[in-house]
Ligand binder design. Structure first.
Ligand code: GLP
Length: 248
C-alpha cells in the first residue's frame, strides 16, 4: 500500500481527481473507463475537483461507466439521504455522463438480497479500472462492518451501532437512519484493478493507524483487507497523519 500524505483534504481531492480524469482520458480512445465510486463527506473534494477539471478541460464522460459501492436499504432514490441522490447531486448532474451508465445498488427492501447478487455479477463483469473508497471511523469500507468474518460478494449488511450513530449527522434524527445497507463485498472491492482509499481528519486516525502502523490483516478492521491487493494508494491529510503518528 502506497501512502500519500497531502497538506489538506483539498490538495488530496485535486490529486485523486486528476488520477480519475487521466483514466477517463486514457480509456476514451478505447472502450471507456470503468470507475468504482464511493459516497460520504470524504469524497466531496474529489468530485468537486473532477467537475472543475471536466468543465475547464472539456472532459468527455460519455463513454464512462460507474459502479457505486453501496446504498441504504429502504430509502427511495429521490430521498436526499440516498447514495443515488448524493451521486447525482455531487457528480453525475455536472458532467456529460449518461445516467444509464451510472450504477448504484438498489435500496429496494423486498428485493435487496436478490438485487445484491445481480449487482455483484454486473460489477465483476464490468472489470472496474479504479475503485474509490472512504473509510468508516470503525475501519469499514463500503458498508462492510467489522465482524468475525467478512462477505466476499455484494450483500445486505446490518449496520453497526457505531455506523448508525456516526451517519445520523446526515439525518434529522438517529431513528431515521436505515438499519441495513447493500454493499459490495470485500472480494468485489478487491476485484478492481486499482484502489484509492482516502482518510481525512482526526476522526479517521484510529482506523488509519492499522493501515500505516500495524500492517496486519484483520476482519475487525475491514480496510486492512486492502493489504491483499497489489495496487492500493492511501491518501491522508496532515491532520489525520499527525494524529496517527502520535498514536504509534
Ligand atoms: C459511509 C459509507 C462509506 C464511507 C464512510 C465514511 O458509511 N458507506 O463508504 O467511506 O461512510 O464517510 P465519511 O466520508 O462521511 O466520513
Amino acid at each position: 500500500m502506497e501512502v500519500i500524505v497531502c497538506k489538506t483534504k483539498e490538495e488530496a481531492g485535486k490529486k485523486v481527481a486528476e488520477i480519475f480524469i487521466n483514466k477517463v482520458k486514457e480509456k476514451n480512445n478505447k472502450e471507456g473507463a470503468v470507475l468504482g465510486l464511493a459516497t460520504g463527506s470524504t469524497v466531496i473534494p474529489i468530485y468537486e475537483n473532477m467537475v472543475k477539471i471536466a468543465k475547464e478541460d472539456n472532459i468527455d464522460f460519455s463513454k464512462v461507466r460507474t459502479y457505486n459501492l453501496d446504498e441504504y436499504v429502504g430509502i427511495d432514490e429521490n430521498n436526499e439521504n440516498s447514495y443515488r441522490y448524493f451521486m447525482n447531486d455531487n457528480l453525475f448532474n455536472h458532467i456529460n455522463i449518461k445516467k444509464e451508465n451510472t450504477f448504484v445498488p438498489s435500496g429496494e427492501e423486498k428485493t435487496a438480497e436478490e438485487n445484491a447478487k445481480k449487482y455483484d455479477e454486473t460489477v465483476l463483469k464490468a472489470n472496474v479500472d479504479i475503485q474509490l473508497l472512504g473509510i468508516g471511523e470503525n475501519g469499514h469500507i463500503g458498508f462492510n462492518e467489522p465482524n468475525e468474518s467478512l462477505h466476499a460478494k455484494t450483500f445486505v449488511e446490518n449496520l453497526s451501532e457505531n455506523t448508525i450513530e456516526v451517519n445520523s449527522r446526515f439525518f434529522s434524527s438517529i431513528e431515521e437512519v436505515p438499519k441495513k445497507a447493500v454493499t459490495m463485498g470485500i472480494g468485489t472491492i478487491l476485484s478492481a484493478k486499482e484502489i484509492i482509499i482516502c482518510a481525512f481528519g482526526k476522526k479517521k486516525a484510529n482506523a488509519v493507524k492499522y493501515l500505516i502502523g500495524e500492517e496486519k490483516v484483520t476482519t475487525k478492521v475491514p480496510a486492512t483487507m486492502l493489504f491483499l491487493h497489489k495496487n492500493v494508494k492511501l491518501f491522508v491529510d496532515e491532520e489525520c497523519f499527525s494524529e496517527v503518528k502520535k498514536m504509534r
